[in-house]
Design a protein around this ligand. Structure first.
Ligand SMILES: Nc1ncnc2c1ncn2[C@@H]1O[C@H](COP(=O)(O)OP(=O)(O)O)[C@@H](O)[C@H]1O
Ligand SMILES: CC(C)(COP(=O)(O)O)[C@@H](O)C(=O)NCCC(=O)O
Length: 329
């Protein structure tokens, strides 16, 4: 896997210099052609059920973008299984444990990672080989609010220091080792906290989708100078969901305002006080959360990881994907 940070932007049309780009770039329509004869196995109502609040993804977008992606991923999964078998034969290993193919999905808060992850999970599970596909989000690995409060990190939720990175690395190595029933902690957006004593069991899937803002981040070397793995060392394929800052800002604030009419009205919602204040005051809160936490995190810690991705899905207005960049091998 290539982890060198390099520019993901297309060649500057006005530039005369030949600049090497590590990516092939495609418009959405060019990309759509790669689906070949991949069948559409999702129905419109299933897509509606899988999309997040305010994400208008529809059957045409799944046809245009996700069928080619599903086809590409199936070639990667097949190739990696073949390589794995050949290596085991080479090493004369007979009793080997199956290891899952891991796909990482990164991108800003509010860019729509969850919708992409859920659509992919369903599409991949419907391949003719019926693979077992699991989806885990990294928010479960955030430190509980009690710890963040103690360490004065409540305004740093989503920043690298707010996650138990050791637990993430232990989780992924257990998965890659083919261990049964590996526990992943769970997070609730409603209570804005990790759910105490609640876990999702991951039991030897064929494919694991691991989604979160931090999945392509490296971390500073610890003071003792020991070299530690980074999360993406465990990935077989990685995807970054990209969009202009201004777009993501709008999506975040719009979603916050819509959540006021839905989830925030729940008496157990951490944000219930924002359902009670007027719209102008609520908008100011959303703007503050975006500006002071999520935008800073995007600029400092998330966007810099984009050049590590194997595939970049670039969204335009309305969440629709306009450009796809695929890393050259
Ligand atoms: N405060 C909240 N209350 C309830 N649901 C939320 C809240 N914030 C985000 N969500 C939901 O949680 C999911 C994850 O959101 P987020 O982490 O911003 O990632 P993304 O938008 O990239 O999927 C989305 O489905 C979103 O609608
Ligand atoms: C939990 C999050 C860090 C998102 O994590 P993700 O699941 O996208 O990896 C984010 O939703 C969040 O809570 N951000 C802090 C500021 C805010 O309330 O928006």
């Amino acid at each position: 896997m290539n982890i060198l940070p390099q520019a993901a932007e297309p060649l500057d049309a006005g530039s005369t210099a030949e600049i090497y780009s590590p990516y092939h770039h495609f418009s959405a329509d060019e990309w759509a052609k790669f689906r070949a004869d991949t069948p559409l196995t999702l129905k419109a109502d299933e897509i509606a059920r899988l999309r997040s609040l305010d994400d208008p993804i529809d059957i045409d977008e799944v046809r245009r973008i996700y069928l080619s992606l599903s086809r590409l991923l199936s070639t990667h999964v097949e190739a990696s299984q073949l390589l794995y078998q050949q290596r085991n034969r080479f090493l004369s290993l007979s009793d080997v444990t199956k290891t899952p193919f891991i796909i990482g999905i990164a991108g800003s808060v509010a860019v729509g990672k969850s919708t992409t992850a859920r659509i992919l999970k369903e599409l991949l599970a419907r391949w003719p080989s019926s693979p077992k596909v699991d989806l885990i989000t990294t928010d479960g690995f955030l430190y509980p609010n009690a710890v963040l409060q103690r360490d004065n990190l409540m305004d740093r939720k989503g920043f690298p220091e707010s996650y138990d990175i050791g637990a993430i690395l232990r989780f992924l190595s257990a998965i890659k080792a083919g261990e049964p029933n590996v526990r992943a902690p769970r997070y609730s957006h409603l209570t804005y906290d990790v759910l105490p004593n609640e876990h999702t069991l991951v039991d030897r899937p064929d494919i694991l989708i691991f989604e979160g803002i931090n999945v392509l981040q490296s971390r500073a070397l610890p003071a003792d100078g020991k070299i530690v793995p980074i999360v993406s060392d465990f990935f077989d394929f990685s995807i970054y969901i990209d969009a202009d800052e201004d777009q993501i800002h709008n999506w975040y604030v719009q979603r916050f305002m819509r959540l006021r009419e839905t989830a925030f009205r729940d008496p157990t919602s951490f944000f219930k006080k924002y359902a009670a204040i007027d719209a102008t005051a609520a908008q100011a809160v959303a703007e503050g959360l975006w500006e002071n936490i999520n935008l800073r995190n995007l600029r400092q810690n998330i966007l810099p990881t984009r050049p590590r991705a194997d595939l970049i899905l670039r969204k335009g207005r309305n969440h629709f994907i306009e450009k796809v960049s695929l890393r050259k091998l």
